[in-house]
Design a protein around this ligand. Structure first.
Ligand SMILES: CC(C)(COP(=O)(O)OP(=O)(O)OC[C@H]1O[C@@H](n2cnc3c(N)ncnc32)[C@H](O)[C@@H]1OP(=O)(O)O)[C@@H](O)C(=O)NCCC(=O)NCCS
Length: 196
């Protein structure tokens, strides 16, 4: 039902926003949006340990823009290893988050559109699975469920019922067990200036 509602919203309101790749000038407005939508504690989450100092997965930092080009929605996905399979081989996957929509645009299908675009892009780029920590009541509509992540753990406190996974390739997370660790590229550090 939620998927039907999403499509109806998208059909009737196709022009109030667009989905785009994030560019460097979006960073400040994106961070401001996240502060507004998620509050000051957002940097204390366990997911943040995975993201800190890393670059999002290639092509998987997306924004929604209003008609004037302002950032009104954001989602990024991060390369991770989602534990190991029964053979002990690391499982490559993505961690999604944070997802946020400008409060003045909530309930207009922006979150769903940016989620669906991110999932499609991840699939097109050959990724096998996406994990996230969030409200199951929201993310189930996109196919995320706790079952596939039930033997995986985040590197810090998390609520088991909010730790969800979506397989983009069927069976990708079969037997997946262990801790989520970041595997994405590190942010380049600014070179230290020599004292004069
Ligand atoms: C969650 C969020 C991204 C949704 O974006 P949005 O553009 O308002 O979402 P959409 O318009 O695509 O979908 C709206 C639907 O999602 C539902 N919804 C929104 N947040 C929800 C939640 N946390 N749990 C369950 N349902 C939720 C709405 O009730 C609405 O339901 P309906 O389809 O039955 O009417 C946005 O509200 C937000 O940024 N919240 C603050 C940050 C946050 O919580 N991020 C996600 C971390 S779990």
């Amino acid at each position: 039902m939620a998927a039907v509602l999403d499509s109806v919203r998208a059909f009737f309101a196709p022009s109030i926003f667009t989905i785009d790749s994030e560019n460097p000038s979006d960073v400040v407005p994106r961070e401001n949006l996240l502060d507004r939508a998620m509050g000051p504690n957002r940097r204390k989450k366990s997911s943040e340990k995975i993201r800190r100092g890393r670059i999002p997965a290639e092509g998987l930092a997306l924004v929604a823009r209003d008609r004037d080009g302002h950032v009104i929605g954001t989602v990024r996905l991060w390369n991770i290893e989602a534990g190991v399979n029964a053979d002990g081989t690391s499982i490559n996957a993505l961690l999604l988050g944070p997802l946020a929509v400008d409060p003045t645009f909530e309930g207009k299908g922006v979150g769903s559109a940016v989620m669906r675009a991110a999932i499609l892009e991840a699939k097109n780029r050959g990724h096998g699975a996406i994990l996230l920590v969030g409200d199951a009541a929201y993310y189930e509509r996109f196919g995320f469920f706790a079952e596939k992540a039930c033997h995986l753990v985040m590197p810090g406190p998390f609520e088991r019922s909010r730790f969800l996974a979506l397989e983009l390739t069927e069976g990708w997370l079969d037997g997946a067990a262990g801790m989520i660790v970041p595997s994405g590229r590190m942010l380049a550090k600014a070179p230290l200036r020599k004292a004069a």
